[in-house]
Write a new protein. Structure first.
Lengths: 312, 259
């Protein structure tokens, strides 16, 4: 389990991570979502003890990262910027990591096999494609067979097959009871992988919820209807107490109605319909609404002192 | 916290599995020995043409080490690359995630690389000496003469310490390019030029390379140079102070800064 308590990181006057408190639990994939620059990577680096927090703590199984004996056997991480030596063979890159944490050498061949890189084990990573590089980074994370895995934007630069592979890998690892903490700036990607969701914007926690709850709360469902007689249709809908939004071209959107209700209503009034469909707002939109609010809030906040004093 | 022997083993694997280790250390040895040999042969042929002051203070040991001025640069490059590559490749984050105790990480790395540099430095200095003396003919000295063994061992120590000093500087600057851009011109040009300028010379004498290289002189004020205000071991002590300062600086930076 990863536990954050009031974790804060300031670079000069800029607050990159702002009093983050949450827990990442075992047995599920926890998605860590936020737009670029929201503070995801900084948070992950602080968990690994790479960046020093300005205040607050990050603990792994109750301990600070620096207190872990052989940390790679507790937590494995794939960080955004590669982090391996391009001129040293894939095998040797992993070997020096294994040796530092007294991980048996046979494990190197095992993880290379697991990520499908056995054939290029003796090759130098500088000749690897981006996808192979990511696989090697994942092999490094798995080296110590850790119970906690942290992946920073693992699907970046991967082809569809690679994305599919990594998704299944994360789910399989979580199913084994491991803690999987994965960051992304793509809601659509998280919707397919994560069981739990932590959303941050401008370093602040915006949501800490199960994926199911998030979908339930944020996916607005509505009926979309198009008719050559939009005025009559709108009046009919209004008079039956439905909320209608006009989208132009004779298209109307009705919140909280079913297609049956709308279709029958149109039938009763003899209105011709060209389209009648149930719609769901995408999670991507919900996510953007949520983070856009955070961005705006901060923008006002930053301007506040300039405006406030004289009340002009 | 990872155990120190495990970290030493890991750092040894890192050093022996990159090609830069082989080419920098081989260059250090080959350049120093070859250049020393060439100059020794030249000096033997032109001994009678040397100014009387140089003939009077003729130091065959120093002559056989002439190649070190250039060869030491390869040692500097080795030292810079050992530490700097961690930063240029982004591997520093992986390394510190594996070994979170930064002092253990840095000093294990420097210990392993420093011992290797010292071994290569000693091999270089003994080879340079024996080859150089063989080529100096009747002007040669022998390892059994007073202070000669000290000078030859000192030459190896000097090369090893140049590498370690560079490692400390690279840890402070956290960049291969920046470190090389400062150290190479400094040792190859600035230090050499200043040591030839009358007033600046008094300062340059306390630079790590100028101070440390006095240990290789058997004749005080060898080859017509002004003797510095310290002895051979005093000079080595000054160099050690520089090395210690660079290591402490590098450690402080690594400890304080975000990786």
């Amino acid at each position: 389990m990863i536990e954050l308590e009031g974790l804060t990181k300031r670079f000069g006057t800029k607050t990159a991570v702002d009093h983050l408190s949450f827990q990442v639990r075992p047995g599920q994939v926890t998605g860590f979502l936020g737009p670029n620059g929201a503070g995801k990577s900084t948070t992950m680096r602080m968990v690994l003890g790479l960046d020093h927090p300005t205040s607050g703590t990050a603990r792994i199984d109750g301990k600070h990262y620096g207190e872990l004996d052989e940390p790679l056997t507790y937590i494995g991480a794939l960080l955004e910027a590669g982090g391996l030596h391009g001129g040293r063979s894939a095998y040797n890159n992993l070997l020096c990591l294994a040796q530092s944490n007294r991980i048996p050498e046979r494990r190197v061949a095992e993880v290379l096999d697991l990520v499908g890189l056995s054939a290029v084990a003796r090759k130098k990573p500088k000749g690897f494609s981006m996808g192979m590089g990511q696989r090697l980074g994942i092999a490094a994370a798995l080296l110590g067979d850790p119970q906690i895995l942290m992946f920073d934007e693992p699907v970046n630069g991967l082809d569809p097959e690679g994305i599919h592979w990594i998704r299944n890998l994360m789910k399989a690892l979580a199913a084994e009871g491991r803690t999987i903490f994965v960051s992304s700036h793509l809601m659509s990607e998280m919707a397919l992988t994560a069981d739990h969701l932590i959303v941050i914007g401008r370093g602040k926690l915006l949501a800490d919820t199960s994926m199911a709850d998030f979908i339930h709360q944020n996916s607005r469902s509505y009926v979309r209807v198009r008719s050559p007689q939009p005025e009559q249709l709108r009046d009919a809908l209004h008079s039956s107490g439905m909320t209608v939004a006009e989208e132009g071209n004779g298209t109307l959107e009705i919140d909280g109605a079913t297609t049956e209700e709308v279709g029958e209503l149109a039938g009763r009034h003899g209105i011709v319909l060209h389209e009648l469909s149930a719609q769901r707002a995408s999670l991507e939109e919900a996510f953007m609404r949520m983070t856009a609010a955070a961005v705006e809030y901060h923008a006002h906040d930053a301007n506040a002192p300039q405006w406030a004093p004289k009340g002009v | 916290m990872a155990s120190v022997p495990a970290v030493l083993r890991s750092e040894w694997t890192k050093i022996r599995t990159v090609s830069s280790t082989v080419w920098t250390l081989t260059s250090a040895l080959v350049v120093t020995v070859a250049l020393g040999a060439a100059l020794s042969a030249l000096v033997r042929a032109t001994f009678e043409d040397m100014p009387p002051i140089e003939q009077a203070t003729f130091d065959p040991t120093v002559v056989s080490f002439s190649g070190m001025l250039l060869g030491q640069l390869a040692m500097v490059v080795f030292g810079v690359l050992v530490v700097g590559t961690e930063y240029s490749t982004g591997m520093i984050r992986t390394s510190l995630a594996a070994v979170p105790r930064r002092g253990t990480f840095l000093f294990s790395k420097i210990f392993v690389a420093g011992v290797l540099a010292l071994v290569v430095g000693l091999a270089t200095s003994f080879l340079s000496f024996f080859l150089g003396q063989a080529l100096l003919g009747e002007h040669r000295t022998s390892i059994g003469e007073d202070n000669v063994l000290r000078a030859v061992i000192g030459g190896g120590l000097y090369m090893g310490l140049m590498a370690v000093f560079s490692m400390g500087v690279a840890a402070m600057l956290r960049s291969t390019v920046l470190s090389l851009g400062i150290l190479v011109p400094f040792f190859f040009l600035i230090s050499q030029i200043l040591s030839a300028v009358p007033k600046a010379k008094e300062v340059a004498e306390f630079f790590p390379d100028q101070a440390g290289s006095t240990i290789m002189q058997v004749v005080p004020g060898a080859m017509g140079s002004d003797p510095p205000p310290y002895g051979p071991w005093g000079g080595m002590g000054i160099m050690l102070l520089w090395v210690t300062a660079a290591l402490l600086g590098g450690y402080t930076v690594l400890k304080k800064r975000d990786a």
